[in-house]
Design a protein around this ligand. Structure first.
Ligand code: ZN
Length: 234
C-alpha cells in the first residue's frame, strides 16, 4: 500500500486542503507535524499532538472543526492513494476549462448577446451596458465629472441607461416608429427600467423567430439614441 497523501496540504477531503480549511490551526502546527501524511496523522490522532502554537480562540475553533471532520474518516488499509479528478468522472480538457469558471456568476443577457448577430462594436457597447458601465450623465455626475445629470434629449429626468434607452420620451418615440410597422407595438417600453430585464422579458414574450428582429431593433434604437445625444452635446 502506498500512502503519501499529506494530511494538511493535499486536497483529500470535500473541504479541500486542511491548511486552507483551518488556517489558524495550521499555523499552530509544528514543522514536523505539517509534513505528516494522512495515514500517520490519523494514527492515534497524532495530528492533534503537533499543535505547538498559542491556543487562541480561532485555533480552538478550527481544531473543533477539523476534529468533527475527521470523525467520519476511515482509511482502507488495502487501498493505495490515487488521484481523483473531481470535476468529472474522468479527466478531460473540457472539464478543466469548465473548472476555471466554477463559482462564477452569470450576467443577465450575456448569453443572448453572444448569440446576437450584431457587429462587434455594437456587441461591445451592449456588453458595457449589461454591466451598467456606460458613461451616462448620471454616472458622470456620480463620479464628480459634471454637476447635472439631466437627460441630454429631454432634460426631464436623470440620464440613466434605463431612461436613455427605454423611458425617455424621445427613445419611446423611436421605439414606436420601429415597432409599429412590424406589429410589435405592444412591447413598447413604458417607463425607465433595467434594460437587461426589459430585454429578457420581451424575448420571453415573443415568438422565437421574432427574437432576432427585436435584438436588431434594440441595438439600432440604442445607437440612434446615442447619436442623438452626441449631436445635442455638439
Ligand atoms: Zn430623456
Amino acid at each position: 500500500m502506498v500512502a503519501r497523501c499529506s494530511f494538511w496540504t493535499d486536497s483529500w477531503s470535500t473541504v479541500g486542503p486542511l491548511s486552507r480549511y483551518a488556517p489558524q490551526l495550521f499555523t499552530a502546527i509544528s514543522r514536523t507535524g505539517r509534513k505528516r501524511t494522512l495515514k500517520d496523522g490519523l494514527d492515534q490522532n497524532l495530528w492533534a499532538r503537533a499543535i505547538v502554537g498559542a491556543l487562541t480562540a480561532q485555533v480552538l475553533c478550527h481544531y473543533l472543526q477539523v476534529w468533527e471532520l475527521l470523525r467520519g474518516v476511515t482509511l482502507n488499509p488495502l487501498q493505495s492513494d490515487r488521484f481523483i479528478w473531481k470535476w468529472s468522472s474522468k479527466y478531460s480538457a473540457s472539464s478543466t476549462y469548465r473548472a476555471f469558471f466554477a463559482g462564477s456568476t452569470t450576467l443577465l443577457g450575456a448569453r443572448e448577446l453572444w448569440k446576437t448577430k450584431a457587429p462587434p462594436r455594437v456587441k461591445f457597447f451592449f456588453w458595457l451596458a449589461l454591466h451598467i458601465q456606460l458613461w451616462t450623465a448620471e454616472r458622470r455626475k456620480r463620479h464628480g465629472l459634471q454637476e447635472v445629470d439631466d437627460c441630454a434629449l429631454c432634460a426631464q429626468a436623470p440620464e440613466t441607461e434605463g431612461h436613455l434607452f427605454l423611458g425617455c420620451v424621445f427613445a419611446r418615440e423611436l421605439w414606436f416608429s420601429l415597432l409599429l410597422p412590424i406589429g410589435l407595438a405592444t412591447i413598447m417600453p413604458e417607463h425607465d427600467e433595467d434594460i437587461r430585464e426589459w430585454w429578457m422579458r420581451q424575448l420571453r414574450r415573443l415568438d422565437p423567430s421574432a427574437g432576432p428582429v427585436l435584438d436588431s431593433m434594440f441595438f439600432a434604437c440604442r445607437l440612434e439614441s446615442l447619436k442623438g445625444e452626441e449631436q445635442q452635446d455638439i
